[in-house]
Design a protein around this ligand. Structure first.
Ligand code: ACO
Length: 202
């Protein structure tokens, strides 16, 4: 029996969500061995959402109320990116102790680029699909409709927040997630940079 609820802001819950982020961060699989610094991953794909979009951070919790997955996003990607550039990345860089080792993987190289705010933006995409999201379930929670349950709740919340479309980026190696999104009605946005799927929210 699982439930969907808002993420809490306490340190215990954050560390559990960070664990889920790491265990699903490599095209849906465990990213532990690909990163010398796991906070690079959470600083890019988890914590800024918890900080800026607490109403749009949902967790799937087990019988003991422990998170086994999360879905997080923003209804306004342009505003979110502006906030990241103005506040989030500078604060992350200020507390970073500086890297001493070269990136361990392409994933870590990409995350270092994000930390430096060097990842190109795609304003045209945002006209049709202003919202974006991430969803990650631990292997124990995957299947049986849990992903659908969680993403449906987040899509409802994004709709309620005024978004008329949502997009997400997927690693082409993540065939399971691609199949899941397409089954739910997401379609590839051919003009986007990288593999991006979009869905109109009506
Ligand atoms: N191909 C076709 N259909 C699929 C596939 C697939 N690969 N996977 C699921 N489905 C269908 C199911 O049959 C089900 O159909 P139904 O509801 O009509 O009966 C529906 O999609 C929902 O399936 P769930 O059981 O809810 O899927 P699941 O719980 O596995 O959630 C998810 C999918 C979120 C991808 C999960 O497996 C996961 O977290 N994986 C690891 C992390 C990950 O890869 N996250 C995505 C990263 S990309 C990003 O967040 C932007």
């Amino acid at each position: 029996m699982v439930t969907v609820r808002r993420a809490r802001s306490d340190a215990h819950e954050r560390s559990r969500l960070a664990e889920i982020c790491l265990l699903t961060g490599a095209a849906g699989g465990d990213a532990t061995d690909l990163l010398s610094d796991p906070t690079l991953l959470t600083d890019a794909y988890l914590t800024p959402y918890l900080e800026r979009e607490p109403d749009l951070c949902l967790v799937l919790a087990d019988e003991a109320d422990v998170p086994v997955g999360y879905a997080i996003g923003t209804a306004d990607t342009a505003a979110f990116e502006q906030w990241c550039t103005a506040q989030w990345w500078p604060s992350v860089r200020a507390r970073s102790t500086g890297r001493t080792s070269p990136p361990r993987s392409d994933l870590e190289r990409h995350l270092v680029d994000r930390l430096a705010d060097r990842v190109p933006k795609d304003p045209q995409l945002l006209e049709r699909f202003p919202a974006h999201l991430h969803i990650d379930l631990l292997p124990v929670a995957q299947g049986g409709g849990n992903g659908r349950r969680l993403i449906t709740a987040l899509l409802d919340a994004l709709r309620a927040a005024g978004a008329h479309g949502v997009h997400l980026g997927v690693d082409p190696a993540n065939e399971r997630a691609l199949g899941f999104y397409r089954h739910l009605g997401f379609e590839v946005v051919p003009e986007a940079k990288g593999l991006v799927l979009g869905l109109a929210l009506r």
